[in-house]
Design a protein around this ligand. Sequence first.
Ligand code: S3P
Length: 427
Amino acid sequence: MTTRTVQPPTNAFRAEVTLPGDKSLSHRALIFAALAEGPSQIDHLGPGADVAATRHAVTRLGVSIDGPRFDSPGVSGWRPVDSPIDCGNSGTTIRLLAGALSPAGFRTSLTGDGSLRRRPMERLIDPLEALGANVVLSDGGTAPLQVGGSGNRLQGADVVIPMASAQVRSAFQLAAIQAVGGSSVKSPPGFRDHTERWLIAWGLGEWHDSGAFFIRPGAVPPGRYVLPGDTSSAAFLWASAAIHPGSRVETPEVSLNPGRIGFLQILESMGAEVGAVVTRDLGGDPVGTVWVEGRGLVATDITGPLAVAALDELPLVAVLGAYAEGITTVRDAAELRAKESDRIESSVAMIRALGGGAEATDDGFAVVGTGWLEEGAVAAQGDHRIAMAAAVAATGATGPVTITGADAAAVSWPGFFETLEQTWSSQ
Ligand code: S3P
């Protein structure tokens, strides 16, 4: 575990920053390239440990990788693995692979680190079992879990998933494209629809007026994936600019998927100047440039689908709330408790460790905006987004912020601290 001390910026900063490849899209590109038979290429794959876990998993299934080039025997040629696949800290890896591997003729065990083995996996059971898959969880409904090898051919099914989880929807879809007969899935709104957009591009899926997404079984084609910058990583830099009046950060080529940009809406409602232009389309995802300029912050209240579309950024909302005028509240975000840490408790603890006022509720938190935070020490609690949010909290702090367990940031963004410091020193 490493400790890092972040010194607040001394002046207003203005920077243009290129982001590492998007984590959500990287997992999906790796799994789709592995499902497809033949050569694929992935440009700008995310550099974090989570993506490396998915990359390693697909090599164990028989995919050969040489730089950005992938060669897969296709899903029918995947070879059984004789020991559990280690998904590390990555919920996306374990849930998407559980779906992709559940139709297999062989059994696969999927596991991860201590945090991942505490996270809920029961949510996979109903949708995958509706297709006839056999999913066995450990006691307590967690990983290690086992999928595949039931000898049954999966049959299409129509399911309703009670939470707006892109991971669970994607697990279902990755199994359903391998079933006999069509399927459909419905869930509450707000989720990132990256998987749906790729399935539509290949003729394997379509939206229905009822809000259901229909999945047609079929082969994923091999191809070339060019991935945009990571929107959730960019959010840390946007937040820092929003805290510091007169500062500006511009990020070209980030995914502007509607399920990813709820945080921009929040920044705007809190008083930051926000601009976004779509410059191109990659795999059906709108991609573009975003800029954020700080002008002083006011409190906001976040509920409903906006809480889902900004879920990964809510620790940052806690930080912004501390620097805003008024009381900021977040509700309808109980899912935060099922992340890499209990992000309701870890966000509140972060604000309090820096002398701010914050209270947890069952499904969110409230932060009292004092306009400043003090120097102090924050425990990352093994959670990359808490480690990085604590560094952003230093933007307007009265002194340095020390982060214990700062190395957790490498789960999504190795090099984050260096990039933040460079951003702060750019004029
Ligand atoms: C992700 C979906 C979200 C998000 C996670 C990545 C994905 O989780 O919080 O960081 O890539 O599908 P849920 O779908 O479980 O809400």
